[in-house]
Design a protein around this ligand. Structure first.
Ligand code: PLP
Length: 411
């Protein structure tokens, strides 16, 4: 029978800190297993946002008045926390964006002036659309060629093919740290070494990496690393781009406007230094402040404990799900993060997801913004249960019971 190691913290206690998790859905206690799409927010994050609007709301970097200075301090404090989180060498290497999508588009747009026909951009088949479509647009704009690393049956990248594809024409390599659809953890250091050996720039989509793994951009050696606050217990609408200084200096600004300039005349402008060159306009201050509280919350638990907790649950969940007759688990790579993606040959994932919702179980169904992965397996989509700090063994039991019940009704 499945084994459960002792978890290093009580997920049930953590759960009490999340107001949204206390509610019922369709008359049943909520079992929230859609954390890959967006995690719930602890009271500490909600309190930080309420405090911001109730006490210090003001624009940042603009006024000498007290509120503006306090807002600026709170806003900039999160930048320091992010620098420490990813171990960036300099604080100015952390750019606030609207999220992972915004971060990747910033880099892709900047590369318009750096690529020409004959250059190659390598991505992987394992990407979220937000780490694929911007590169397709870049290739169309510049005449560069887009190549992709295929995935193997277990959902890991075909590394032999990757090594063959990365060549002196490669100017940029983009891939995710962790796949949102299958949970595969990619070998960031190895891929980065191969890309750097030919002088290519490395962009890592860390949307699923930051919530589930320690990230050290200097040890990894990457040039860019992107993330979203809302997947790490923080607010929506904000994210970060880590960029190595030399690359951030090489890229032109993404958007023009207030706060990103040094001087402006009617004829032309000069730009502000890092990070402000990439932060035009009034940012999502409230969300950045709330993100700071989310980072404190994650730090208090500790990434080691989080990983041990999720690893225990993954072992348990995989064993219980694969014991269900006819169920196929997609993504069985040796190193996986907190995602259980599955389906049945004769059952549309949407139908399964609808029946689970009736039992109060929130999962994501469909392509998960990764249509090429679904095409690779020849399926319309999967049901995806994605875990977080507050997930318990009982939630996975509820999922297994729910899937069995739904399969009995539908098959
Ligand atoms: N990349 C991955 C791997 C993701 O899981 C997601 C979100 O699902 C994104 C990128 C896009 O993130 P956002 O919608 O926050 O920009």
């Amino acid at each position: 029978s499945p084994t459960v190691r002792l978890v290093m913290f009580e997920a049930a206690d953590i759960r009490d800190q999340f107001p949204a998790l206390q509610r019922q859905v369709n008359g049943k206690p909520l079992v929230y297993l859609d954390n890959g799409a967006s995690a719930q927010k602890p009271q500490a994050v909600i309190d930080a946002i309420v405090h911001y609007y109730g006490r210090i709301n003001s624009n940042v970097h603009r006024g000498v008045h007290t509120l503006s200075q306090r807002a600026t301090d709170a806003f900039e404090a999160t930048r320091g926390k992010l620098q420490r989180l990813v171990n960036a060498e300099f604080e100015h290497e952390i750019i606030y964006t609207t999220g992972t999508t915004g971060s990747i588009n910033l880099v892709a747009h900047g590369f318009r002036s750096l690529l020409s026909p004959g250059d190659e951009v390598v991505v992987s088949q394992l990407e979220h659309h937000s780490n694929l479509v911007p590169w397709q647009m870049l290739a169309q704009h510049t005449g560069a060629t887009l190549r992709y690393i295929p995935i193997l049956a277990d959902g890991s990248l075909d590394l032999d093919e990757a090594q063959r594809l990365i060549n002196p024409k490669t100017k940029l390599l983009a891939f995710n740290h962790i796949s949102n659809a299958l949970g595969t953890v990619n070998p960031v250091v190895k891929l980065t070494e191969w890309a750097h050996a030919v002088g290519a720039c490395v962009v890592v989509d860390g949307a699923q990496g930051l919530p589930h793994r320690p990230v050290d951009v200097q040890a990894m050696g990457v040039d860019f690393y992107a993330g979203s606050a809302h997947k790490m217990y923080g607010p929506t609408g904000t994210g970060m781009l880590y960029g190595r200084t030399e690359w951030l200096e090489k890229l032109p600004p993404y958007q023009g406007g207030g706060e990103m300039i040094s001087t402006v005349t009617m004829a032309q402008s000069t730009y502000a230094g890092l990070p402000f060159k990439f932060e035009a306009g009034t940012p999502n201050i409230e969300a950045v402040v709330g993100w700071g509280a989310a980072l404190d919350w994650m730090n208090a638990i500790g990434m080691d404990s989080l990983m041990a907790h999720e690893s225990d649950l993954m072992t348990y969940g995989s064993e219980r799900l694969t014991a269900i007759d006819g169920l196929v688990l997609f993504g069985t790579a040796p190193e996986k993060s907190a995602v259980l993606s599955f389906g049945f040959a004769d059952l549309h994932p949407y139908d399964l997801g609808t029946l689970l919702d009736q039992q109060g179980i929130a999962v994501r169904t469909g392509q998960h913004c990764t249509q090429p992965i679904m095409d690779r397996y020849g399926i319309p989509g999967t049901v995806r249960a994605s875990l977080a700090a507050y997930t318990t063994v009982e939630h996975l039991d509820a999922l297994v019971d729910g899937v069995q019940k739904a399969a009995r009704m539908l098959l």
